[in-house]
Design a protein around this ligand. Structure first.
Ligand code: URA
Length: 483
């Protein structure tokens, strides 16, 4: 058994050197006992330099991982790294094998070290130890990292505080930066550091960035673990800030908003439109729909297309949204789908002049394709915004029956998004319990390639229109009798 001693300073280099040597001499992991750095040097058979330094190719990703893992506090880290490196010789793909348990354990250690480095960068608090007006000011900090992260994190502090002298003393390895030179020492006793004038500043800063309305104690303690609190001046304020958080959040909610005037006006205008139902006249409704900006579709469409038909229509027909021709003319169902609808409606004895025809969404949604504008189905949000107008039209016309053409209309009217073909020809309940007869959209018929299927589907569609005429008439007769 070869026993290896690694130094507490320069551990990463020493481990790399030793591991390369062992790999080059074909020494298997079970023949090496990697001592932890905390054990005194000299107890082992050989030092890290002993094996001959020979060139061995190791994946770069392994080196990067090893460079972090060596700083972990787990004494088994060196052995784990070498055992994995040994396997890696014949299977370089192991570095990307997510199912490999050894790799997973090393990755977890790597993550812990990174997290510890992050905490060190964030939570070291320096106190001034020299004269504030000295050419080079001097600072010192006491810090207790979970892993051996002083050495790999030192360069961060060098970059940050290059023009000062400073030292970070830890129970393990301490770092000193004096006159631009970096050095490390082990087992430096904890210094008695002076109070610092900037402590009050830290507390004030922390009080100011603390948002009581966003307080999540668990998340905060995971980000700033309690073990670091004792060396952080601002942490003294935490218990009180947590205790007062609910009251302060309530006070903030009660305080008047301080939105800039333009934004405030927009918010107030928006709130003013948030009435529960449209109650204007028919003409006002048409012009309100024409100026609608409730969703983004108005930006690209030519114009909104309101419903049209007699104000006392007993049947209302609801499609999906205007198409290309409807968008240009401002009238519903005048394009290819509308022409097919008219043709089948005639066969079904449905007089289009007698019905109110409209859409679930009032603006054309499309995708440009060269000069063409290709239909795009409105999404749930757009349909929901436009439902406001559809409900207003229904409230004005008060139809006896609504015929829903296609899934968008059916969902908007009934709230039910289930498979349309299973529901076609059936009556469901819509707003104010108005009966809604479900059928397919004529553009679906246009898209059917197979002539036989198309004939069959058109026949069913015709039957649905006949049913709609019959139901709306019988309901209207009933209403007249009751009136
Ligand atoms: N498709 C619809 O759903 N509505 C129209 O107005 C035109 C085509």
């Amino acid at each position: 058994m070869i026993r290896v001693s690694l130094p507490r300073i320069g551990t990463a280099d020493a481990w790399r050197k030793a591991a390369r040597g062992f790999l080059a001499t074909g020494t298997p992991p079970q023949e090496i006992s990697w001592g932890d750095t905390s054990v005194q040097a000299g107890l082992f058979d050989i030092s890290a330099d002993t094996p001959q330094h020979t060139l061995v190719t190791v994946p770069r990703s392994f080196l990067s991982m090893a460079n972090s893992v060596v700083w972990h506090s787990d004494p088994s880290r060196f052995a784990r790294l070498y055992a994995f490196l040994w396997r890696l010789r014949d299977a370089p793909h192991l570095m990307t094998d997510r199912g490999d348990a050894d790799l997973a354990a090393l990755r977890r250690m790597e993550k812990n070290v990174h997290r510890c480095q992050h905490k060190m960068k964030a939570f070291v608090r320096f106190r001034e130890t020299g004269a504030p007006d000295a050419d080079r000011r001097s600072f010192a900090a006491w810090f207790e990292p979970t892993h051996h992260t002083t050495e790999p994190t030192a360069q961060f502090f060098v970059r940050r505080f290059a023009d000062m002298d400073w030292q970070i003393i830890t129970p393990d390895v301490s770092v000193f930066f004096e006159n631009g030179r970096l050095r490390f020492e082990v087992d430096v006793p904890q210094p008695d550091l002076p109070d610092d004038a900037s402590e009050a500043l830290w507390v004030t800063y922390f009080r100011n960035i603390f948002n009581p309305a966003r307080l999540k104690v668990q998340a905060m303690q995971s980000e700033m673990p309690k073990k670091y609190w004792k060396n952080m001046p601002e942490a003294a304020a935490i218990p009180e800030l947590i205790a007062r958080a609910p009251d302060r959040a309530r006070e903030m909610a009660l305080a008047a908003p301080t939105l800039p005037p333009a934004r405030l006006a927009a918010v107030q205008a928006q709130q003013a439109t948030n009435v529960s139902a449209w109650d204007g006249t028919r003409d006002e409704l048409v012009s309100a729909i024409s100026t609608c900006t409730r969703c983004a579709l108005h930006r690209t469409a030519t114009q909104a297309v309101p419903g049209e038909g007699p104000a006392d229509a007993s049947l209302m027909i609801v499609g999906e949204q205007p198409g290309d021709e409807e968008d240009l003319t401002g009238r519903p169902f005048v394009g290819p789908a509308g022409r097919l609808f008219d043709q089948i409606a005639q066969q079904a004895g449905l007089d289009r002049k007698q019905v109110f025809v409209t859409n679930a969404v009032k603006h054309f949604k499309f995708r440009p394709d060269g000069k063409r504008r290709l239909h795009e189905r409105p999404d749930a949000g757009e349909t929901e915004h436009c439902r406001w107008w559809l409900m207003a039209e229904i409230a004005q016309i008060r139809p006896q029956l609504i015929l829903a053409l296609g899934a968008t209309a059916a969902r908007s009217l009934t709230g039910n998004g289930a498979d349309l073909l299973a529901r076609r020809g059936k009556v469901e309940r819509g707003p104010d319990e108005t009966p809604v007869l479900i059928t397919v959209h004529p553009s679906w018929l246009l898209r059917l390639r197979d002539a036989g299927r198309r004939r069959e589907a058109s026949l069913l569609f015709c039957q649905d229109l006949e049913l709609a005429v019959k139901l709306s008439q019988s309901q209207a007769t009933l209403r007249n009798r009751q009136a």
